[in-house]
Design a protein around this ligand. Sequence first.
Ligand code: SF4
Ligand code: SF4
Length: 302
Amino acid sequence: MSSGIIFDIKHYSINDGPGIRTTVFFKGCPLHCAWCHNPESISPLPQKMYNEKKCIGCKECVKACPENACTLTPAGIITDVDLCTSCGKCADVCPTLATEMSGRIAEVEEILLVVEKDRPFYEESGGGVTFSGGEPTRQAKFLLELLKECGARKLHRAVDTCGLVKQETMLAVAEECDHFLFDLKHMDTEKHRLWTGSGNELIHENLRALARRGAVISIRIPLIAGINADEKNIEESARFLASLEGQKVAVNLLPYHDIAVNKYKRLGKEYDSSQMLEPTEERVKQIIEQFAEVGLAASVGG
Ligand code: SF4
Ligand code: SF4
């Protein structure tokens, strides 16, 4: 069986598809959205994360680093990113978990054992397994094998996707998937490119193709005032979604929150949230009405 790189497995999730779910987070994403809540998911490789609040200055990591990439300074440990090979030896010796690695190789068998343990919760709640990320379709062989194995075990399977993948791969995933959680970020392709690093044409084509083949789809829209929560973008999103073939999609609205700041800091990355605002409750209500006008049920969360 194959293996892939994941960065987390979350149990008892109630926001990643129907019922209570186990969510497996794949590493690596073709987009780099400015508001990403999981910045550690973007790189396909393991990454070092450092929390200076937990650091006791013991210098164990400095001694363990084979590349001499770690230096203890008055501001805590500084890592020379040009020298660091992400080997993880610093994290192995850190006594306080101030230094940790995000991302590890996992085998299909290992993940199956983990998800099987939660089976009673799935049966009780109508839940199952969700493959998220990052972008799970980026590790297509690993994802397809997991989906097939879960299917053979009669586990409900959801895939959370940004949609940016070859259509052939998306349709192969659809053969083995019971429910898609599909992100829609901006209808204007240039604005989509500006905020995520890629245009939206292939994403929309893939969504149309999934709808055409009758896939069960929940659309997830991150709602960010200043970027995509304006009347025009929501109106265009609503019209586009209402025009899809197949069964009506559910629309899950995910209002922006500035909660990922610390993760960016721990990765040593800049986070510029100056143009991103939480939408007001009033605006969210209006957005729900905009979707209702075209016959689509939108709700917050999910
Ligand atoms: S991950 Fe490896 S190379 Fe990078 S700082 Fe830690 S020990 Fe050094
Ligand atoms: S090993 Fe951990 S606690 Fe010790 S100096 Fe390094 S980061 Fe800080």
